[in-house]
Design a protein around this ligand. Structure first.
Ligand code: MN3
Length: 200
């Protein structure tokens, strides 16, 4: 398949002050583009991944321990959703109805928020914190580098990029502050709901 860089679904300055235009310009225009360009050298026509969806490529590459594809195509999938997992005026603890039961069964909103932020804080080095659906239940996960829950038998519904490129301009080394600001002010719960619906 041919990977293409999606446009951001908002202006570069839409997420300030929680995520600056400068961060989005580097993160989207440089970092995500590099994953697209590198990924296209790995999964293009003639490769063994030809004809597979992005989701299937993630799982197949991890199964095959094909780490260049895991990391570059994984990061393409992760960032496609990362842009959509944020919006101006996001966050808050009012969830769409379809998410309420999943979150209640997990132990409630506060436990979900705390566990998610803790996962992001404790991911050693570059990686992601996740909410995912596994065996019909909500789980919190963390993964290194470009890995995602698709590679671990789960369906991601929310992910926060904890690579330094996602927060260093705005928060320097304060990853916990970034995670809290991100969760409380930027999360687009409607995109989470869409993915949760598709995961059933
Ligand atoms: Mn990133």
């Amino acid at each position: 398949m041919t990977l293409t860089l999606p446009d951001l679904p908002y202006a570069y300055d839409a997420l300030a002050p929680y995520m600056s235009a400068e961060t989005l310009q580097f993160h989207h225009d440089k970092h995500h583009l590099a994953y697209v360009d590198n990924g296209n050298k790995l999964v293009g026509p003639g490769s063994k991944y030809e004809g597979l969806s992005l989701e299937r490529i993630c799982a197949a590459a991890f199964e095959a321990k094909d780490m260049p594809v895991v990391n570059n195509v994984g990061q393409h999938y992760n960032h496609n959703h990362f842009w959509q997992w944020m919006k101006k005026g996001g966050g808050g603890n009012k969830l769409p109805g379809a998410l309420e039961k999943l979150v209640a069964d997990f132990g409630g909103f506060d436990k979900m928020r705390n566990d998610f932020i803790e996962a992001g804080k404790t991911q050693f080095g570059s990686g992601w914190a996740w909410l995912a659906i596994k065996d019909g239940r909500l789980v919190v996960m963390k993964t290194p580098n470009g890995e995602n829950p698709l590679m671990h038998g789960a369906s991601p519904i929310l992910g926060c990029d904890v690579w330094e490129h996602s927060y260093y301009i705005d928060y320097r080394n304060a990853r916990p502050k970034y995670l809290e600001a991100w969760f409380d002010n930027l999360v687009n719960w409607e995109h989470v709901e869409i993915l949760a619906g598709a995961a059933r």
